[in-house]
Write a protein that binds this ligand. Structure first.
Ligand code: PRT
Ligand code: ZN
Length: 297
C-alpha cells in the first residue's frame, strides 16, 4: 500500500496523559502499525498511509483547524473549548465517540456555600480551565458569571479566596470531595472522540478516512460483543435465544447421539453473570463466553 505519491493522513493523539494509551490501542486495533521516531513525536505508518503526531491534548483541535492534521483523538471538552475560543461552533466534526475518557464539566461550590442554583452565579467569580466552554454554557442558561482562567489546580481556588465557584472536569468526584466542594450542576458531558476538520479533504484522503472509520466501527462493535457457545436441550432453543442478550438468530448444531444441541451466537450487548445463570436455569450447560477480536458487518 506504500507508494511515494499516495495521499497520507496525519492523526494527532495525546503524547502522554489520560487518553494516550487508549488512543494508541484503538488505532492498533484498526490494524495500524507505526515506525516510531527517536523523539517519539512522529510515528510513520508502516503498512497503511496513516502517520501519527504525538502532542499535548490542547494542541489537537488547533492542529486540525489549522490543517496540519486530518484526524485527531481528543476529549469533546477540549474540542469545544478550542472551537468556542475561536468564536465558532463548527470547524471540527466528531466522526465517532470512542467509549473512553468519560468525564463531565461541572459547576462546584464550597460545601458551606449559600449558592444552591447556577442561576445565583450571576456576577460571581468562577475559576476554570475551560473559560470559553463555561462562559458559553452558563450564558445559555442566562447566567453572566465573572470567569477567571486557571491552567491547573482549579479546585483550590475557592479555599484560596480567588473564586466563589469552579467549573472543572469531574470523573469520580474524589477531587471535589477532598477539597470540600459540592457538585452543583453538570454543564457538559464528554468522552474521547475521533475528530476531523469540516470541509473537503480531497477524494483520496476522504477514502482513507472512510476506510478507517469502517474499521473503527468494527472495533467498537467487537468491543461491545461476546461470542457465546453452549449446549442446550433441543426443546429449550426458543427460551435460550430469548435469554441471549442482543441475539436474534443463533447458529444451532446437532450434537451426535444426543437430544441436546450446540448453540453459538454473537451477543451484541453486555453479557452479565445474571444472563449465564438464567441460561443455566433454562437447561444450558458448558457455557463459554469469548471476546470478539474483529468484526466486519
Ligand atoms: O499534557 P496534556 O495537556 O496532554 O494533558 P492534560 O494534563 O491537559 O490532560 P489529561 O491527560 O489530564 O486529560 C486528558 C483528557 O482526559 C481531558 O481533556 C478529558 O477529556 C479526559 N478526562 C477524563 C479527564 C478526567 N477524566 C479527569 N478526571 N481530565 C481531567 N480529569 C481531572 C480533573 O481536571 C480533576 O482535576 O481529574 C480530576 C477529577 O477527577 P476525579 O476522579 O477526582 O473526579
Ligand atoms: Zn492539556
Amino acid at each position: 500500500m506504500n507508494n511515494e505519491n499516495q495521499a497520507r493522513l496525519r492523526v494527532a493523539i495525546q503524547k502522554s496523559g489520560r487518553l494516550s494509551e487508549q488512543s494508541q490501542e484503538v488505532l492498533k486495533n484498526c490494524g495500524l502499525r507505526f515506525a516510531r521516531s527517536k523523539d517519539k513525536l512522529f510515528w510513520y505508518g508502516r503498512d497503511f498511509p496513516v502517520d501519527l503526531l504525538l502532542v499535548r491534548d490542547d494542541d489537537i483541535p488547533r492542529l486540525l483547524l489549522d490543517g496540519v492534521c486530518e484526524l485527531g483523538i481528543v476529549g469533546e471538552n477540549i474540542a469545544w473549548e478550542v472551537m468556542l475560543d475561536r468564536g465558532r461552533e463548527d470547524g471540527l466534526e466528531r466522526l465517532s465517540p470512542l467509549g473512553f475518557g468519560h468525564c463531565r464539566l461541572s459547576i462546584a461550590v464550597p460545601e458551606q456555600s449559600g449558592i444552591t442554583d447556577i442561576k445565583e452565579l450571576d456576577g460571581v467569580r468562577v475559576a476554570t480551565s475551560y473559560p470559553a466552554l463555561t462562559h458559553n454554557l452558563l450564558q445559555k442558561s442566562g447566567v453572566e458569571a465573572e470567569i477567571s482562567e486557571l491552567s491547573g489546580a482549579v479546585e483550590i481556588a475557592p479555599s484560596m479566596g480567588t473564586a466563589d465557584a469552579i467549573s472543572d472536569l469531574v470523573s469520580t468526584g474524589t477531587t471535589l470531595r477532598a477539597n470540600h466542594l459540592k457538585e452543583l450542576q453538570v454543564l457538559f458531558r464528554s468522552e474521547a472522540a475521533l475528530y476531523s476538520r469540516t470541509g473537503d479533504l480531497g477524494r483520496e484522503k476522504q477514502a482513507l478516512i472512510d476506510l478507517l472509520i469502517s474499521r473503527l466501527n468494527g472495533v467498537m462493535q467487537a468491543r461491545a460483543s461476546k461470542y457465546v457457545m453452549l449446549h442446550a436441550p433441543k426443546d429449550a432453543l426458543e427460551k435460550i435465544t430469548e435469554l441471549l442478550p442482543g441475539v436474534e438468530y443463533p447458529s444451532v448444531m446437532p450434537l451426535e447421539g444426543s437430544d441436546r444441541i450446540a448453540v453459538h451466537a454473537v451477543c451484541g450487548e453486555t453479557v452479565f453473570w445474571e444472563h449465564l445463570e438464567a441460561l443455566k436455569a433454562a437447561g444450558a450447560s458448558a457455557i463459554l463466553v469469548l471476546p470478539v477480536e474483529k468484526m466486519l458487518a
